[in-house]
Design a protein around this ligand. Structure first.
Ligand SMILES: Cc1cc2nc3c(=O)[nH]c(=O)nc-3n(C[C@H](O)[C@H](O)[C@H](O)COP(=O)(O)OP(=O)(O)OC[C@H]3O[C@@H](n4cnc5c(N)ncnc54)[C@H](O)[C@@H]3O)c2cc1C
Length: 388
């Protein structure tokens, strides 16, 4: 049967070989990564070694030249094993796509080569203390000084904050008349003025190292710019948002698949002294059926979306938003139903369900949040501009 995300034979082979190997490493350390709240170093190293850091980068810089569908398939598999790994990976691939789209970054292809070969990990640093989830409206600003710029910023969540070599960051352009007039730039983690200000501890995705970062008088040179001044929103909406939406949708759906597998296994295996199994209760079977239906419906929409992204039409951006909405909504409901179907056993660690349940909550609050997505889709359907 054809893969739901439209993989060709090479994509299927990648999934069966390198991705399966990386997934096995992610699975081996997933409980430890979650328990200790530590970065999934082993799985990320395996993904780098196998060329998967460059999954969607052009072949000319050593990437695999993969489609959004291939990216989705890789992320979904990883998320069935370890969502923290999937999250770190999604942020890297998304941010690297912004670097690949840049026409202004100095030595861009050398940076991309390092990203594709597993030597340079990148991520996004959009969210700020003052703009919260409104990533399209940064509060920080680039201030001109002698042909270059400097900036101060309080970035509130940066996935892989302590591990990434660079952050794809945002600020208002110099003399911007609105926060929407932003600029994207590449911030090196080791640059003067960059400080990770607190450790990351969270309910879910506990290995994703999404810590706060302060930028103090960070120097931004012309060659660090990822977009022209004032054109940051184009990069955010046309490049970052679609890749982020595909990646996080796939992550949510991998979590759904993990919840279904754990629930089906428990209902089929656990039983009473009388010999009856949990699966003998129609209510529990109905819950499992609903979990599967929600998951497959959202996977189909994501499949349609990644196909549309290959030949974009006027409604493609709307599909992208709806695919993320459907996947996040499915993930919270499906993992909740899994917890209910498995009862008290789901509260303990051995089923793996409580981790999946916690991890699935993160996508809901990541910008664009479910509230933003509903608002954007509703505005688009009623002919209103995206931002009111
Ligand atoms: C695990 C994790 C990893 C993350 N990684 C990164 C990262 O790598 N880079 C990065 O830049 N950010 C990252 N974020 C931040 C994320 O994208 C959001 O910015 C953040 O979660 C918002 O939290 P907040 O408390 O500021 O939300 P708030 O903005 O305070 O929102 C609170 C509530 O209000 C709702 N709301 C807000 N605005 C509107 C609106 N206009 N209309 C309707 N409802 C609205 C929200 O949906 C939410 O329910 C990460 C977040 C998490 C949880």
């Amino acid at each position: 049967m054809a893969h739901v995300y439209g993989l060709d034979a090479a994509g299927e082979a990648l999934l069966a070989g390198p991705v399966t190997a990386a997934k096995a490493v992610a699975a081996k350390f997933a409980a430890e990564v979650d328990g200790a709240g530590r970065y999934p170093a082993e799985a990320m190293a395996e993904l780098g070694k196998r060329g998967l850091w460059g999954v969607a980068l052009p072949k000319a810089v050593g990437g695999l030249g993969g489609t959004p569908g291939l990216f989705a398939a890789v992320v979904e598999e990883l998320a069935t094993a370890c969502a923290s790994t999937a999250m770190v990976y999604v942020m890297h691939v998304t941010a690297s796509q912004m670097v690949a789209a840049s026409t202004t970054l100095k030595d861009r292809d050398a940076v991309l080569r390092d990203m594709a070969s597993g030597k340079h990990l990148t991520t996004l640093a959009f969210s700020e203390k003052g703009s919260r989830s409104h990533f399209w409206s940064p509060v920080s600003a680039l201030v001109e000084s002698g042909g270059a710029w400097s900036t101060d910023a309080t970035k509130s969540w940066v996935t892989s904050a302590n591990q990434a070599d660079s952050y794809v960051s945002s600020a208002q352009a110099p003399s911007a008349s609105s926060p929407l007039e932003s600029t994207l730039y590449l911030c090196r983690r080791t640059a003067k003025g960059v400080t990770v200000t607190a450790p990351w501890t969270g309910l879910g995705l506990r290995g994703n190292d999404s810590a706060p970062v302060s930028l103090d008088k960070l120097a931004v040179a012309r060659g660090d710019l990822l977009t022209e001044q004032g054109k940051g929103a184009d990069g955010m909406l046309q490049v970052v948002l679609p890749w982020f939406a595909v990646g996080t949708s796939a992550m949510a759906l991998g979590l759904c698949r993990a919840a279904i597998a754990a629930t089906a296994g428990h209902l089929s295996g656990a039983g009473f002294d009388s010999g009856a199994k949990l699966r003998d209760f129609p209510t529990l079977r109905a819950r499992l059926a609903h979990m599967s239906m929600r998951t497959e419906a959202a996977r189909s929409l994501l499949g349609r979306t990644v196909a549309a992204m290959l030949a974009p039409a006027a409604d493609t951006p709307l599909l992208v938003l709806q695919a993320r909405l459907a996947a996040l909504d499915a993930a919270t409901e499906v993992t909740d139903l899994g917890m209910k179907a498995c009862g008290g056993a789901a509260f303990s660690k051995h089923l793996g369900l409580e981790r999946v349940f916690r991890d699935a909550r993160a996508g809901w609050v990541m910008a664009p949040t479910v509230d933003h997505l509903q608002e954007f889709v509703g505005r688009a359907l009623t002919g209103l501009p995206l931002f009111g």
